[in-house]
Design a protein around this ligand. Structure first.
Ligand code: GLA
Length: 710
């Protein structure tokens, strides 16, 4: 087999990044991925710069870090493809056959001679956002089945000076916890076998140099758009080279390709920034806004939600809900979401999942009176569903026990008293589609909160075949079928909070429930981690009750409002028990969000570098004429007076009028320095270089500053 690519090098450019693919050898490999190269730069010179000599006591010719690194080429790092046919033909060795150069993308076709396998790598560099989308497709060209143990998305080399790794950890109600460590020889690996994106191992990683901050320095981001099992790795090889490899994690025997069958890896989304983590997340946000936002969502405002969960839990009654609708409308909510508890047998989380019929005992006339009341108050109607699940105590399970995933003969592992339905079973798909379609047909529902509240501990179907991959694809297919049948219905991805947040699910949904924790202090950090990849309009963020149900912490409405208003805002508290003063303050926070949501949902996010007792960030409009900055004093500060708040992202030559818009009044101290700032004009340079002298405020208090070009 001969390399028949027409050129040795292929280059992609975006506004700020370049990628050079070296096809001069047999295996295609990225020889440059990073900040945009000048027009004076030729790819050959990069290859000369990348050339390495023979290392002592090593092979004569070092194997490349190919798009799919291969053992048969002598690569001793983690291979990009692990496969075999009956224990042989493990030794894929691909040779480039053809490279199709399309606008902003390359499609590289290779063949593995001797193993009858075809590989296609697709690399698309979005010119505007600087996000590279990359996939690997493997096809079996032999009449014998091919067992695929691993087939990763294209492997990306990382410059060795990016010595720091920023990864993600977490738990239920504590998602997106950032975890920093210095790279060392060997591998940084995060594996997820939860069958969903997970709370504890978000499929993303960032590498950066030791000087990188929010506002400056080089950073490389990697994210796998996939809602099933995954493996994220950054490898520092013994020879000193570094690369990132992300892909799906298979159970044994999970991926077997018969003749002519193909497997495509989940897409890797990579980007590079030279101006810190802010630029990195702005790249991702721009990509999500242009490529992963449904056209319908681009045309309308996101609505402020009222959600019934923390207001009433399972203690629902029609009359209580009707009262809540009125109260929700009064504080300015625009959509009423009926959460868990409305369907047959669902008086607690122990029963009913699967029985997607309105509970007649609670709602003798169906949901019609509620829907009518919602419409009369000018709100839209949203409904909670958890279609992938079944309680053993349900009519559905009693009729079809074989519809649940299992690892028979092992006993069923229950979590939240429920099992997972086998979505790869066409009968399950038909049942779920029919039920959801019927509900959407009967009621004027404009939004589904699509929940998924347990891991896939035992992901085998009734035939004993493991189906995490197929289940994930089947979920995507079901969502698409529903979207096609009901194109104006928005869908939120919820999974016990933020357990299913990734770019794969964003192709099929319109909002993410970021976390079950509505504790504003915890939320600031959950939202900070989330914001590295996702823009604010996808970040469901609700004002919870004063006493947080999850942490027991009591927080002011000033803080709860300030935290929720910077996402897709909602309310999740019992308004019937809320005092008038608190409700008035809540209504004011909602009103402020509505006034500024266009900016929040389109502007550039700039997180500010602050000491650990503070949190601050801003959203700046694309034309730099307007901005909002949020500052929170998390706990007592160490000096008798606080320091300066240096803003970022503004136009240094523009003059801005400053207003403190939240809380109202901003502090309890009449002599506060803020009175001198209110309404005053400052240049962008003063605000960014000199900074605002912060006032004395109480710990756990926020300030929201608005800037408009004077
Ligand atoms: C999950 C969700 C919550 C709520 C409950 C209902 O935990 O994350 O927001 O909908 O389920 O059971």
């Amino acid at each position: 087999m001969k390399n028949t690519a027409t050129h040795s090098f292929y280059t992609l450019h975006s506004n700020d990044c370049s990628l050079v693919l070296d096809c001069s050898g047999d295996l295609p490999a990225i020889c440059y991925w990073g900040p945009r190269l000048s027009d004076a730069t030729g790819p050959e010179e990069l290859a000369v710069l990348a050339a390495r000599e023979e290392a002592p006591a090593r092979e004569h010719v070092e194997a490349p870090i190919a798009l799919t690194p291969m053992s048969a080429s002598g690569y001793l790092g983690h291979p990009g493809l692990l496969m075999h046919r009956n224990g042989v033909q493990w030794n894929g060795y691909s040779v480039v056959l053809r490279v199709d150069e399309r606008e902003h993308s390359l499609v590289v076709q290779s063949e593995c001679a001797g193993t009858d396998v075809e590989l296609v790598h697709t690399l698309s560099l979005d010119p505007d956002s600087n996000v590279l989308k990359a996939t690997t497709t493997l096809t079996n060209r032999h009449d014998q089945p091919l067992v695929v143990d691993e087939c990763n998305a294209p492997c990306i080399p990382i410059p060795d000076f990016c010595t720091e790794i920023l990864g993600f950890a977490g738990r239920w109600s504590g998602e997106f916890r950032l975890q920093s460590q210095t790279r060392s020889q060997g591998s940084y690996v995060r594996e997820n076998r939860s069958g969903r994106t997970s709370h504890d191992a978000f499929p993303g990683v960032i590498t950066h140099d030791s000087y990188t901050s929010q506002q400056s320095g080089t950073a490389y981001g990697f994210h796998l758009g996939w809602s099933g099992n995954h493996r994220v790795a950054v490898d520092e090889l013994a020879d000193g080279r570094v690369c990132a490899q992300l892909g799906e994690l298979f159970y044994p025997g999970e991926m077997i390709l018969t003749e002519g069958e193909s497997y495509t890896s989940p897409a890797l989304y990579a980007t590079c920034a030279t101006q810190g983590l802010n630029q990195l997340s702005q790249n991702y946000h721009r990509y999500v806004r242009s490529h992963l936002t449904a056209p319908m969502m681009k045309q309308k405002d996101k609505l402020v939600h009222f959600n019934s969960w923390e207001a009433v839990y399972f203690d629902l009654s029609e009359s209580k809900l009707l009262d809540l609708v009125a109260a929700a409308a009064e504080v300015g909510a625009e959509r009423f979401v009926l959460d868990d508890g409305w369907f047959r047998h669902r008086r607690s989380d122990k029963a009913g999942l699967g029985d997607w019929y309105v509970e007649e005992k609670l709602f003798p006339n169906g949901l019609h009176p509620l829907a009518e009341c919602i419409a009369e108050h000018g709100l839209e109607f949203g409904l909670w569903l958890e279609p992938e699940m079944v309680n053993p105590d349900s009519d559905l399970y009693r009729a079809h026990p074989d519809w649940a995933l299992q690892a028979s003969p092992a006993p069923n592992v229950l979590a939240r008293h429920q099992l997972v339905l086998d979505l790869t079973n066409p009968d399950v798909q038909s049942y779920l589609f029919e039920r959801i379609d019927a509900l959407l047909g009967e009621y004027p529902v404009t939004y589904i909160k699509w929940d998924m509240n347990r891991d896939l501990h035992q992901p085998g179907n009734a035939q004993g075949v493991v189906v995490v991959h197929a289940q994930t694809r089947a979920l995507y297919a079901l969502l698409e079928r529903i979207r096609k049948a009901h194109p104006t219905v928005e869908i939120e991805s919820c999974s016990s909070g933020g357990g299913r947040a990734d770019f794969g699910i964003l192709e099929h949904t319109d909002r993410i429930w970021t976390s079950d924790s509505n504790d504003a202090l915890d939320r600031l950090f959950i939202q900070r981690g989330f914001s590295l990849f996702f823009p604010a309009e996808f970040m469901g963020s609700h004002v919870g009750p004063a006493d947080c149900h999850i942490t027991g912490r009591r927080l002011t409405m000033a803080l709860r409002g300030a935290t929720a208003m910077f996402g897709d805002m909602g309310v999740e508290a019992n308004l019937l028990e809320m005092g008038d003063e608190e409700k008035t303050e809540l209504a004011a926070a909602i009103e402020l969000h509505k006034q500024h949501r266009r900016l929040i949902f389109s502007g550039d996010l700039v997180r500010l570098n602050r000491p650990d007792y503070e949190n601050a960030f801003g959203i700046v409009s694309a034309n730099r004429k307007e901005a909002l900055f949020s500052y929170t004093l998390l706990r007592s500060q160490p000096h008798s007076l606080p320091g300066r708040l240096r803003l970022a992202g503004l136009d240094e030559n523009k003059t801005y009028t400053l207003r403190i818009i939240w809380p109202d009044p901003p502090t309890k101290r009449p002599e506060s320095i803020l009175s001198r700032l209110e309404g005053a004009k400052f240049s962008g340079a003063s605000l960014m270089q000199a900074g605002i002298q912060l006032p004395l405020i109480f710990p756990e208090s926020p300030l929201v500053i608005h800037l408009a070009q004077a």
